[in-house]
Design a protein around this ligand. Sequence first.
Ligand code: AMP
Length: 451
Amino acid sequence: MRKNLNEKCAVVGIFGHKEASRLAYFSLHALQHRGQEAAGISSADGKTVHTIKDKGLVTHVFNEDKLAALSGNNAIGHTRYSTAGNDSILDAQPVFARYDLGEMAIAHNGNFTNAKEIRRSLIKKGAIFQTFMDTENLIHLIAKSNQDHLVDRIIDGVKKVEGAFSLVFLSRTKMFAVRDRFGFRPLSLGRISNGGYVVASETCAFDLIGAKFIRDVEPGELLIFEKDKAPKSIKIFEPSPKHCIFEYVYFARPDSHIFGKSVYQMRKNMGAELSKIKPVAADMVIPVPDGGVPAAIGYAQQSGIAYEMGIMRNHYIGRTFIEPTQEMRDLKVKMKLSPMTETISGKSIIVVDDSIVRGTTSRRIVKMLKEAGAKEVHMRISSPPTTDPCFYGVDTPQKDKLIAANMSVDDICSFIEADSLAYLSEEALLASVGADDDRYCTACFTGKYIV
Ligand code: AMP
């Protein structure tokens, strides 16, 4: 099945700052972890909307000349997550369109769950699509709406789509930000110190550009940014928070505050809970870098077992194209993660990672550590078994590829050849994020889908 192409992305919007596109660029740089496939910025100077986007990392796509060409006081930006298959430049965002009210650009993080139905009905009525992105549906819905003002057309459009979306829109003079009623994906509002506003997927973008966090864009809320006015809020949907718990587990950056809480603290809590419910005697706790680091710190602090760096990560490997043989595949893993042999040789080790998806990473890590002389390897996973795919914007494979959907914990332990394997329970995960209510979407661990 073809994947949707708005998954796990980052969006940003800068309004009312003379260096808008430059601030969008820096914000996207801070949000690069949310997508490395493509990057783009649209800016508006009052008369026209300019767009530059391309495949590649933010620093590869933009340079001085390009940022200078993105003139104007308002800008939106996007980084796209790498998905299998299509890597066409057409699927980079923001998506730009001319329509009867002028020009607009849209950047989208999330997935519309009814995208196929909408597309089918639009095509039947003669619409022509250029990309595979859900976002293009929304452009058509907005362009076709009978309303006289863009804001009403946006409301019209987003009322027709379902699923997960954190969206930013740019017109020639205004900016809009919308979050779905469940608030699946994060989106925060900040104030830039020398004037203007910022919205971004994560607050780590605010820190980089010297902006102050004001609040989250509420689930179901539309924010309208107009020159010389405070942002205006319209409630489009009755909020019904179901924040993606996997943002806390893996996806967001530890220095961000999302859904009102510190990602780092949530991950440390998960590690501490894991140590309480799944203790094991060992010489040291080591993380699988970088994802497992905060949970491993939490595990070590709670258990009193020494925290060590047992695996070194090379951050500069980018894409490798050496897959054909098993030998080459093993080499590829070692290019990314190498054992700290002196530290781990002869030792019993607790290895903490945030999740197991297909099981490939854990299996290779256990093998690598054993080859480096580890006496015992105990895998500890700071989330419950990933049993179900995500339809709301996180890139998880089909159920048949998810190891925990098809094997028991004992069988997974044998498969990865660890001395023991244990996961965090659903209850302990919720306790870690301080929730005894149902404010979180846990579908990837429970199969309980919301829409
Ligand atoms: P796997 O080898 O398929 O079991 O993948 C597990 C590893 O992938 C773990 O180290 C996770 O940190 C990481 N991971 C989990 N979810 C995702 C995701 N949606 N995209 C990329 N990496 C992920």
